[in-house]
Design a protein around this ligand. Structure first.
Ligand code: AKB
Length: 336
């Protein structure tokens, strides 16, 4: 008999770190995690961890021979800045890795006779605003607007959303008895800010980097202009969104890909917030034109009305509460 399990890929990353703890605190004790890296010390023992590569077909085959996977949180990805240095490699990890898992989830769905739930974090990088004037004209984009990504990572996310819909709704559509396939659900996240981990390889990283540097008492040079505006979200809300969408009845969902957001602010406003709590922080701006171009192509805000209506999405943390109750107290503790 196979053991039942929830699979989390990219589990050693930022979202994985919080998701494992949230699932465990809900009593979930059959978590299988997969990552190239070991899990951080605090999360050791909370899951059965497999250190390995998503591209390793033999490893995936072994995984399904041992586990009956009912839910997958597919978090593994190469983020936007890192992906621009090795675009083809990013494509391999972000697209082929996802395809491997979609196929695995489809096969598992057939075995079980019911759909495997496939949760996929997408991103504001799936959007591409052509210039700053249009970005200002469309401050809260809808899911179907401006789907013209300018990064490999954004292209990968948008395409994988489409693959997810394909595997859920159309895979083997010409077969006489179309097999049971998976239940794909995706969230387009803004820049995420965690109190416990520092991001790496992303382009929204200037926000969290500013804050963590201030708490550590080291100077920070932001790689964007002060007027740069994108949406952000505190990590606990990202995890809540994933868990809430995972639990929503399929009949309530009018789409498979949902925007979710919390607050939008400029880099200058971000600096002001940081200075409120760390008045001695030394934060300056030295835009890196290439990374700036990426952030400028991302929308200033997301319209998440559909998520609010369909499955009751509402962030717990607005800007004030995120800093006052989650980020600052936890970051202070971390660097004390
Ligand atoms: C990145 O900056 O690449 C990510 C994202 C916005 O998806 N944080």
């Amino acid at each position: 008999m196979r053991k039942k399990g929830i699979l989390i890929t990219g589990a050693a990353g930022e979202i994985g770190d919080s998701l494992i703890r949230a699932l465990t605190s809900q009593g979930e004790d059959q978590i299988v995690t997969l990552d190239l890296k070991p899990l951080p010390k605090e999360n050791e023992g909370l899951s059965t961890h497999i250190q390995g590569d998503l591209m390793d077909q033999a490893l995936l085959a072994r995984l399904v021979s041992e586990y009956e996977i009912g839910t997958i949180y597919h978090l593994a990805a190469l983020l936007s800045t890192r992906a621009e240095f090795t675009p083809e490699m990013a494509h391999q990890v972000n697209v082929e890795g996802t395809l491997n898992l979609l196929r695995l989830a489809s096969d598992q769905s057939q075995w079980r006779g019911e759909p495997v739930l496939f949760m996929f974090p997408s991103s504001i990088a799936a959007y591409g605003m052509p210039n700053l004037e249009i970005k200002a004209q469309y401050p809260r984009v809808r899911e179907w607007e401006w789907n013209y990504p300018t990064t490999m990572y954004g292209c990968n996310k948008l395409y994988c959303e489409m693959l997810g819909v394909y595997y859920s709704q159309y895979y083997r559509q010409l077969a006489v008895d179309r097999p049971v396939t998976l239940d794909f659900r995706a969230l387009r996240f803004p820049g995420l800010i965690s109190a416990f981990t520092v991001p790496s390889g992303g382009t929204s990283d200037y926000g969290p980097e500013m804050l963590h540097a201030a708490a550590k008492g080291v100077p920070y040079e932001a790689f964007v202009r002060p007027d740069t505006c994108i949406p952000f979200m505190a990590m606990p809300d990202a995890v809540t969104a994933l868990l809430k969408l995972a639990k929503a009845p399929a009949s309530a969902l009018s789409r498979r890909v949902y925007n979710v957001t919390s607050f939008s602010l400029t880099a200058a406003e971000f600096k002001d917030m940081v200075l409120r709590y760390f008045p001695n922080a030394q934060i300056s701006f030295r835009p890196d034109l290439k990374r700036q171009r990426i952030v400028d192509s991302w929308p200033a805000g997301l319209n998440d009305n559909d998520a609010r209506r369909d499955w009751g999405w509402k962030p717990d943390y607005d800007l004030e509460r995120a800093f006052a109750e989650y980020l600052v107290p936890n970051i202070r503790k971390r660097y004390q």
